[in-house]
Write a protein that binds this ligand. Structure first.
Ligand code: HEC
Length: 111
């Protein structure tokens, strides 16, 4: 038994533990979102979290990550929310008010 083989064994164990699952405990959202869309945005986002994940990282749909959403303009984001995108992103026009959409846009831009 050499030190080298111990190190190798440890390395293998380390690899087995890979996968980087964010062990997110179901903690309440960090204290009072300041600025536009604080509470309303959070409330509206509950309808999105099932697919987009509580932190906007994608949840059950890897393609639904919102962490990079700042690359889009507000108008582009609004268009996606109103009209949907791809096969799984529903259109929300008529189901959310202008105000709710504006609030949720501000909310998802903070991810
Ligand atoms: C039924 C699942 C589902 C729900 C509910 C849902 N989405 Fe999505 N959303 C998706 C998927 C899947 C995509 C990725 C679509 C694609 O790129 O093909 C997406 C894409 C998006 C995008 C574009 C992301 C990007 O980077 O291009 C935005 C913005 C978005 N969703 C916002 C919302 C908001 C806001 C809500 C709640 C009002 C919501 N979604 C609810 C599944 C969902």
């Amino acid at each position: 038994m050499t030190l080298g083989s111990v190190a190798l064994a440890l390395a293998l164990v380390g690899c087995g533990a890979r996968g980087g699952e964010p062990s997110a405990p179901s903690s309440p959202a960090p204290g009072g979102g300041s600025g536009a869309g604080g509470d309303l945005g959070a409330t509206v986002y509950q309808r999105c979290a099932g697919c987009h994940g509580p932190q906007g990282t994608g949840g059950s749909f890897p393609t639904a990550s919102l962490v990079n959403i700042e690359r889009l303009t507000d108008d582009q984001i609004r268009g996606i929310i109103e009209n949907g995108k791809g096969r799984s992103m529903p259109a929300w026009k008529g189901r959310l008010s202008e105000e709710e959409i504006a609030a949720v846009i501000e909310y998802i831009k903070k991810f």
